[in-house]
Design a protein around this ligand. Structure first.
Ligand code: 87F
Length: 514
């Protein structure tokens, strides 16, 4: 059912149409967005991801169709991450989508909080299933019974598996494409070691890969740090994360997590091994994941009032070549020049395409590919042909330069590298401008009102964090800890907690979050 109910906002997806007037000339309707990033962020975001052809709304609320423009980004990230973890000797596996109630309940203690989000299959055809089966919200309970079976002696360790799959969490609060959807794609890594030291090391190695994914590929600055006791994965020992920030909404967003599970699951699922001395010992485990949420964060950080802005490294098309015919010019010759340009670029590994459609004007195409966020546009018209040059236009800052044909590949490569770096630099500058150090409760409340990313000295007490949450609870959500950065500013002796006035133990980032 195209255009079904789902949770599609009122004017998402009214993508531009080109109509022909009675004279047969092209008449173009506005391709642009109807909302601005600063004006109405939520509506702007929906428009950007639909008009940019990343997603299509679906009739089931919280579920979205991921279109090729999205999947190309996902695959590029996968093509970075998967070989990296293979270098770490992590193997690929695939476990079933379904979990029996029996096994799911094994996790009882900490599944309790998550239970409302678990989706169940209760029927096949007309008959009820004898026992309902759950759809995986994450795969600890699916996998660990087999870890127990497969791990016997110290020679079976480490056991390091990763799977690329979908998971379902039946969220009830405000679904948002990529950021909060009921089904999403992710990789989940689950590893078991003989020692805690090995587990600790891996947690940080994976976290560094997540940082690189965000910073080097998506051009999004992140903070690496440790989650508070309240915010960590309750089933684990400690949780590390990369945290991003969306300046427009003043919200933090957990980018990816790498957990040390300690021996909690080993205890529950009896994952033991006989060590070198012949003694029965429990394994140490980690689990870690990044999901399609990464893509939403990237869109929110870089998008502008013309639509998506994609970092060159993850864009399916890095260069779009458009011919600009003029009344009396030889169109064929221009088209040939465009095709030759694309071939030259592609031969050297640049992802280039030409849009040679005759039924759209150059202006319409400019807007179309701007909406889709293509990093670089090359225009070729009669004058460029005569001068043996092309005109290049950057998506990120609108800068225009003429490139002599002879320098094409070098110049384009240089520009793409420059765009990638400059998108990160600009995003980091904007993020950093939002960081506010607060030392007192009043400063904290003021900064929160100004949508800041707050860095504050904290006593690290759970009760105090709960209190801060309670006191800041409002319509747009309470403030909570995002993480305690590994890169800690100096904390002079005698520094007090902004909230409790007790001696501060660490600097911690606070804010509202997704
Ligand atoms: C929702 C329903 C049921 C999150 C849930 O972060 C269970 C859960 O266990 C649940 N939502 N979680 C925590 C997931 C922890 C962990 N799993 C492996 C990760 C990384 C990958």
């Amino acid at each position: 059912m195209a255009g079904g109910k789902g949770d599609k906002p009122a004017n998402a997806n009214k993508s531009a149409a080109v109509a022909k007037s009675s004279k047969g000339r092209k008449k173009e309707t506005g391709l642009g967005l109807t909302n601005t990033k600063d004006g109405n962020f939520g509506e702007w975001y929906s428009e950007v991801v639909t008009n940019g052809e990343m997603i299509e709304y679906y009739e089931i609320s919280g579920c979205y169709i991921l279109r090729p423009w999205t999947m190309a980004i996902w695959e590029i990230m996968q093509n970075f991450f998967d070989p990296e973890i293979k270098k770490m000797n992590i193997k690929t596996c695939y476990f079933p989508l379904f979990v029996s109630n029996n096994v799911l309940q094994k996790e009882k203690d900490h599944i309790e909080g998550f239970a409302p989000e678990v989706a169940w299959v209760t029927r096949s055809g007309d008959s009820d299933l004898e026992v309902p089966i759950a759809i995986r919200p994450t795969s600890e309970t699916v996998m660990y019974p087999y870890y127990s079976k497969w791990i016997r002696g110290h020679r079976d360790l480490p056991l390091k598996l990763n799977q690329w799959c979908n998971v379902v969490r039946w969220e009830f609060s405000n679904p948002t494409p990529f950021i909060r959807s009921r089904e999403f794609l992710w990789q989940e890594g689950h590893t078991a070691f003989a020692t805690k030291e090995e587990a600790d090391t891996e947690v940080l190695e994976i976290l560094e890969l997540y940082r690189r994914l965000y910073e080097e590929y998506l051009a999004v600055p992140v903070v690496k740090g440790k989650k508070s006791e309240l915010e960590k994965f309750a089933g684990g020992l400690y949780t590390t994360s990369v945290e991003a920030f969306i300046p427009n909404t003043g919200r933090g967003v957990q980018g990816a997590t790498s957990h040390c599970l300690g021996q909690n699951f080993a205890k529950m699922f009896e994952i033991n091994f006989e060590d070198e001395k012949g003694e029965k010992t429990m394994v140490w485990q980690n689990s870690w994941a990044y999901s399609t949420r990464t893509i939403g964060v990237m869109v929110m950080v870089h998008g502008d009032d013309k639509g998506l802005v994609l970092p060159p490294k993850v864009s399916a098309v890095q260069v779009i070549v458009i011919h600009v015919p003029y009344k009396d010019a030889d169109v064929k010759e221009i088209i040939n020049a465009c095709s030759a340009t694309v071939k030259t670029l592609c031969d050297l590994g640049i992802r280039a395409e030409a849009d040679l459609r005759e039924n759209y004007s150059p202006g319409w195409k400019y807007s179309h590919w701007e909406m889709k966020g293509v990093p670089l546009r090359i225009e070729i018209g009669p004058k460029d042909l005569a001068n043996n040059q092309v005109r290049a236009v950057r998506r990120d800052n609108g800068e225009k330069v003429d490139i002599p044909m002879a320098d094409l590949v070098d110049k384009v490569k240089g520009m793409l590298d420059n765009i990638q770096q400059s998108m990160f630099d600009v995003a980091k500058q904007k993020r950093d401008a939002c960081i506010q150090v607060t030392r007192t409760w009043d400063e904290f409340v003021e900064a929160l009102g100004q949508k800041k990313l707050i860095l504050a000295p904290w006593c690290d007490e759970e009760e105090v964090e709960k209190e801060v949450k309670a006191k800041t609870k409002g319509e747009i959500g309470a403030a909570k800890t995002l993480c305690s950065p590994f890169d800690q500013p100096e904390l002079p002796e005698g520094t007090l907690c902004f909230a409790s006035g007790k001696p501060a133990k660490k600097w911690t980032y606070w804010g509202r979050s997704y």
